[in-house]
Design a protein around this ligand. Structure first.
Ligand code: MIC
Ligand code: SF4
Length: 631
């Protein structure tokens, strides 16, 4: 059978197992990345594994999320991460350099590489013909120490792009279109491989917008072919040596094919509170907006911000609109300065933030009560912006910029055609990077807010407990452990962070869990979608939650639960979900043929542990760290 591009790269990195969908394989990892909010836990676990030196060719630790320094906590985290880099020979990217995914695209990712990152938008790197996968922190620690990663072989869906985009529609509209068709569950179990004549017209920044938001489809990752566009991007970055042309074999096998006619795509918008709640901008009618936020790892590139600058040039934004712009990287900011785009933005009335995640993760710029916020970001989950009553709409940079002028959600197709600006040369500064050689004799630096990660629970032959919460479908990791400027500084302090678990759904959850000395969680479909934050498993672990029983799980969260030693059971019959009563006591026997028994009535229902043998062994060992330490 002829290989897809995905299988070609996986095959060239295969260390163990067979490339058959659903099989467990071990692959060689070339590169890793972490960011600060998931990095501290990853590095505490790396210290527990304590390798003599790193096993990857390149590992980068970015500081981009927790850049607001209201107290000592975030600054202490930065210093801890820096000291880990110095000890283990990693590359450190200081605060102010920009967002990990934008920077990794600019400096490090290359065709045919395998990258694992502790952030769900790591697949951004797929724009460059690489396999880039988001994962939990412990998987990154293992990859840095041992150079490999275990994964379940995904199926491959070919997204065949035909024709080209029309006036003022852009890559964001393509991915919103796919979200409309496939929904937030449509990519689960798949790698999305983009081919077809439409690919040629898309720049690397545009491809990166698409691969970035493949995370919202639930896909393992997304990948583009490596072609002339890839070569010229690498050339502009002074990295042309890293270029390798890559495409699938002729007539490759795909598990599914979706054809998209780019010429039919209109400006689209994802309405509150899910990235797949998509409709056309034109169909919304008059919708006044209060805030517009442009940037993030989805649309913070130089090209995107120049589109905005061109639309705003010589004009003034609407009086009722607060416009904030966060460039994706320090290079993007410098190029905006050189091209005078920054002047156009400021003259029009935009507020410029430092290159970082910023408002995307609720680090400032929370909208006013019941505010309407248009954002070029990738997630609009309720409360993620920092204001529970606000409504967030996701749009392209072109739609955001034009709406900033009109004061209401407006289709940029009313404007003349704006051509994308590509620089001749990308400016690449090194002032924010530190390249460490590694020195195993060094001690890492831990401030008082950095607490040890929670110990795995004692292994038992049966689990007993109360169902402490019964969640609905598509529960996100933002629902499990929310993030905002107040909670993010606690990412290194699991005991304290555990007080915020399910905060928006049931602020008393942690008290119940503590009173009951643990218990069970029941979930609907796609439980744990969204962010890769390992904390959504570590915090329940700290509260002695022993299992989650759900209709189905998102890939990263399921892996994080297993790594933490928490059993991810699935209902054999989905309708049994309705039979579970929150607040009642159950028992689960930990032998094959698993049953969940209602302790009062003694009625039982069948549940499944859909895991590989290795994963079952990890659960038996009490989590991946204990398992790895014993290897
Ligand atoms: C996100 O966009 O939700 C984050 C913040 O980048 C997360 C990581 C985290 O929670 O720290 C992600 O996408 O994995
Ligand atoms: Fe940062 Fe937002 Fe991208 Fe997450 S989605 S990495 S918070 S910019």
């Amino acid at each position: 059978m002829n290989d897809s591009l995905t299988y070609k790269i996986l095959r060239s990195h295969l260390l163990e197992g067979e490339l058959i969908p659903g099989a467990d394989i071990r692959i060689k990892v070339d590169q890793t990345l972490t960011q600060d909010t998931t990095g501290t836990m990853a590095y505490l676990q790396l210290e527990a594994l304590n390798p003599e030196k790193k096993a990857t060719e390149l590992s980068v630790a970015y500081v981009d999320h927790n850049t607001l320094q209201l107290g000592f906590e975030n600054a202490d985290d930065h210093e801890y991460i820096r000291s880990v880099c110095e000890k283990y020979g990693l590359i450190y990217s200081k605060a102010g350099n920009g967002i990990c995914h934008q920077l990794h695209l600019e400096y490090f990712i290359a065709p045919n590489k395998i990258l694992i990152g502790s952030d769900s938008h790591t697949p951004t790197g797929g724009a460059m013909g690489a396999i880039a996968i988001g994962s939990g922190g412990l998987d990154i620690a293992i990859a840095i120490s041992k150079g490999y990663y275990y994964m379940t072989v995904p199926k491959v869906m070919n997204i065949y792009l035909d024709n080209a985009l029309t006036k003022n529609t852009s890559a964001k509209d393509i991915i919103l279109y796919l979200l409309k068709i496939l929904t937030v569950k449509g990519g689960v179990g798949y790698i999305l491989e983009y081919t077809g004549p439409g690919v040629k017209s898309l720049t690397i920044s545009e491809r990166a917008t698409i691969t970035n938001m493949g995370a919202e489809l639930g896909a393992t990752t997304s990948i583009f072919v490596s072609d002339e566009m890839t070569r010229s991007y690498l050339e502009m970055q002074d990295r042309v040596d890293a270029y390798i042309p890559l495409s699938p074999d002729e007539n490759p096998y795909y598990d599914a094919v979706l054809k998209v006619d780019l010429s039919q795509i209109e400006p689209l918008v994802a309405c509150p509170h899910s990235p797949d709640n998509v409709t056309t901008v034109a169909s919304i009618g008059h919708k006044k907006v209060d805030q517009i936020a442009i940037g993030s790892c989805t649309n913070g590139s130089f090209e995107d911000l120049m589109q905005v600058a061109q639309i705003l040039k010589g004009k003034k934004i609407h009086d009722n609109v607060d416009l904030v712009i966060s460039p994706g990287s320090s290079n993007v900011l410098r190029m905006l300065i050189e091209n005078h785009g920054l002047k156009d933005l400021v003259d029009a009335g935009a507020r410029i933030l430092e290159p970082s995640c910023g408002p995307c993760i609720g680090m400032g710029q929370a909208p006013k009560s019941e505010g309407i916020s248009l954002r070029t970001f990738n997630r609009n989950f309720k409360g993620r912006c920092g204001t529970l009553s606000a409504e967030v709409y996701l749009v392209s940079p072109e739609t955001a910029a034009y709406s900033a002028l009109t004061g209401e959600l407006s289709s940029p197709q009313a404007l003349i055609d704006i051509k994308r600006t590509q620089p001749q040369n990308y400016l690449k500064g090194q002032q924010f990077f530190k390249y460490y050689a590694g020195d195993s004799s060094l001690q890492t630096v831990k401030g008082p807010n950095i607490k040890a990660f929670p110990e795995a629970l004692e292994t038992k032959s049966k689990l007993e407990g109360k169902v402490l919460l019964k969640a609905s479908d598509n529960m996100t990791t933002d629902d499990i452990i929310p993030s905002n400027a107040n909670m993010l500084p606690l990412r290194s302090n699991i005991p304290k962070l555990s007080e915020f678990v399910f905060h928006h759904l049931d602020p008393e959850f942690y008290k119940k869990a503590r009173n009951e000395n643990g218990g069970f969680i029941v979930g609907g479909e796609n439980y744990g979608q969204g962010s890769s934050r390992e904390h959504a498993a570590l915090v329940p672990l700290a509260l002695k939650i022993t299992c989650v029983v759900a209709k189905s799980f998102s890939r990263i969260h399921k892996k994080n639960l297993i790594n933490a030693g928490i059993y991810p059971f699935q209902f054999e019959y989905e309708e049994d979900y309705h039979k579970i009563v929150e607040g009642e006591n159950y028992e689960i026997q930990l032998e094959e043929g698993y049953k969940m028994i209602h302790l009062e009535s003694k009625t039982s229902l069948s549940i499944l542990l859909k895991c590989s043998q290795r994963e079952k062994d990890i659960l038996k060992a009490g989590g991946a760290l204990k398992y790895e330490e014993a290897q």
